[in-house]
Design a binder for this molecule. Structure first.
Ligand code: 5GP
Ligand code: MG
Ligand code: MG
Length: 179
């Protein structure tokens, strides 16, 4: 069904699972003895966050934010708006932002600055995917799962018009789907 809309698979289900284990081990070490607040950016980060936190062997809390930058379609509008804020105070906390992908960098720059302004003790970013060629503002993730080429990708949380988030892998859509 969904698979017939996919031109090619970029990252397989096995590779995604292995990456969650690998990053989880690194984060377990880096957050040993801390009590990080893991901040998932809805909705794209949900599958990655769910797999990742199971591999972090540390006390942690989790909370979520909603921001908008893409309004459907495949290109960014350029402005970032906060739609749903955290329920948890960030002052003095070690924050780990979990994102699906960094493209222009606008979303994460906005969020990292917001949380720093609220006097977090530390703000770090883990992103499943990084598209370095798309960057228009200067920001880098502290932990990156995979670098991807400058193509519109879907699956494992990433949508096209709110669809395809439930694909178990990361793929590229056939052109006819978004024409
Ligand atoms: P940025 O602010 O870095 O340009 O964009 C971040 C957001 O844009 C991501 O969290 C994601 O929601 C969306 N985005 C950027 N590139 C892609 C892509 O290739 N595929 C999908 N589905 N969403 C993308
Ligand atoms: Mg996102
Ligand atoms: Mg989207």
């Amino acid at each position: 069904m969904l698979e017939q809309d996919i031109k090619k698979v970029l990252i397989s289900e096995d590779e995604l699972q292995a990456k969650a284990v690998e990053l989880g081990e690194v984060l377990t070490n880096d957050y040993a003895g801390k009590n990080p607040l893991v901040v998932g950016i809805l909705k794209g980060s949900v599958p990655f966050l769910a797999d990742l936190i199971k591999r972090i062997d540390a006390h942690l809390e989790m909370d979520f934010m909603v921001v908008s930058s893409y309004h459907g379609g495949t290109s960014s509008s350029g402005e970032v708006k906060l739609i749903k804020d955290l329920d948890t105070s960030v002052e003095g906390r070690d924050i780990l932002i979990v994102e699906d992908i960094i493209d222009t960098g606008r979303t994460l720059k906005y969020l990292a600055e917001l949380l720093e302004h609220r006097k977090a003790n530390s703000v770090k970013i883990v992103t499943l995917l990084d598209k370095p060629e798309g960057r228009v503002v200067e920001i880098d993730a502290d932990y990156v799962g995979f670098q991807v080429p400058n193509e519109f990708v879907v699956g494992y949380g990433l949508d096209f018009d709110e669809n395809y988030r439930n694909l178990p892998y990361i793929g590229v859509l056939k052109e006819e789907i978004y024409q």
